[in-house]
Write a protein that binds this ligand. Structure first.
Ligand SMILES: *Cc1c(COP(=O)(O)O)cnc(C)c1O
Length: 375
């Protein structure tokens, strides 16, 4: 079977065969199976999901939408686009809906990259930028981080005639690093108009109001800017897969041409529409997240474990000395029923990323980590 499989794989282009697959957080069911643990005793803090569950209004919208699933969804996502356009003060023709914002990132690369083109992104940036680049036969240029965050000046310098897309994650995952809006705006203004800027704001809703950029308003002057947002994180809809891009109409048109006609399902559209209207849920999620981050930092301080302050709903924790890996600590946490995320594939072998959970889940993580480290 092995020989056959590799013969078949050889039919695929080099640039596809060389892709290292995205490694998701370990599912609860898998850990239960592998370690003989009880699912209800497992705490998953590995995928930056909202620990609260969907809001009652969203649950009601999902239940109502379930009755309509024999029909195809609205391929134009009219109601959701209308609500988003009103929220951001842009035209309907400036919104692109995605099967998660991951889809929006993919669509940008599908619509604008030719094989051999370059994209630019930061060291330790979200893994999908490299994956989407490779899948198009394009070449990713990784720009060295500064203090584990994006070095925008170096990223500007890295742009060449070959560059078609530059990715900026703000805040970034997995580092939680954040750039003030004024710095991002200056960067956007400095990028040549022939280079698309994909500004990934998946964690925007977790920022304090005065930290949030009004980035959609920059598009009028900078039609090469695509702003990407998601319902997966603060809105609590990761399992339904819905995100969106805001762009110049000409750019949005190209993304829509390569999009699957029905890429966002009907339940997801209904849920996202209800979630968008539920500002209280998002505000409460952000507040709980700030409390959870404080709880984690306080607990880590108490056992003397270093971490990187974060602007997202997750925290990078350094659990090994330079030259050692975090794998033994990751395994020890698994044995105690706590799933976090290794980030060695991000060039951060000594670190683990933990998602902010409910207070009791954070406490479980802290005590499991203390035990794992013998503290
Ligand atoms: C989670 C995440 C996304 C995308 O998530 P979707 O569920 O596909 O919307 C995009 N960018 C970053 C930086 C993320 O962490």
């Amino acid at each position: 079977m092995g020989a056959n499989a590799s013969a078949m794989a050889a039919l695929s282009p080099d640039y596809v065969r060389h892709i290292s697959p995205y490694v998701p957080g370990k599912p609860i069911e898998e850990l239960a199976r592998e370690y003989g643990l009880v699912e209800s005793q497992i705490v998953k803090l590995a995928s930056n999901e909202n620990p609260r569950g969907p809001s009652p209004k969203v649950r009601a919208a999902i239940a109502a939408a379930a009755a309509g699933v024999t029909r195809y969804p609205d391929g134009n996502g009219f109601a959701l686009k209308q609500a988003l356009a009103a929220r951001f003060g842009v035209g309907l023709d400036q919104i692109v809906l995605g099967n998660g914002s991951n889809d929006v990132l993919e669509l940008a690369t599908q619509a604008f990259l030719r094989p051999g083109d370059h994209t630019v992104y930061a060291q330790h940036a979200f893994a999908v930028y490299a994956l989407a680049t490779q899948a198009r036969g394009a070449r990713g240029i990784e720009v060295r981080a500064r203090d584990l965050g994006h070095d925008l000046a170096a990223m500007r310098t890295a742009l060449t005639e070959e560059t078609r897309i530059v990715f900026v994650a703000n805040p970034n995952n997995p580092t939680g690093t954040w750039l003030p809006p004024a710095q991002v705006q200056t960067f956007v203004e400095s990028v040549p108009s022939g280079v698309l800027i994909v500004l990934d704001e998946a964690y925007n809703e977790y920022l304090q109001a005065d930290q949030q950029a009004n980035s959609a308003s920059w598009i009028a002057a900078h039609p090469n800017l695509i702003v990407s947002r998601t319902f997966s994180k603060a809105y609590g809809l990761a399992g339904l897969r819905v995100g969106y891009g805001i762009a110049d109409p000409g750019v949005a048109d190209m993304l829509n041409r390569v999009r699957q006609p029905f890429n966002v399902n009907s339940i997801a559209q209904a849920a996202a529409l209800a979630a968008l209207a539920d500002d209280d849920y998002v505000a409460e999620s952000a507040r709980l997240n700030r409390d959870g981050l404080a709880q984690l930092m306080h607990g880590l301080d108490a056992i003397g474990v270093p971490y990187l302050p974060s602007h997202g709903n997750f925290l990078m924790v350094r659990v090994a000395d330079p030259g050692e890996g975090a794998a033994p600590v990751y395994e020890a946490l698994l044995r105690r029923g706590v799933i976090v995320r290794p980030v060695a594939n991000y060039g951060l072998p000594e670190w683990l990323r933990v998602t902010v959970g409910l207070a009791e889940e954070n406490a479980r993580f802290l005590s499991a980590l203390g035990a794992a480290l013998g503290k």
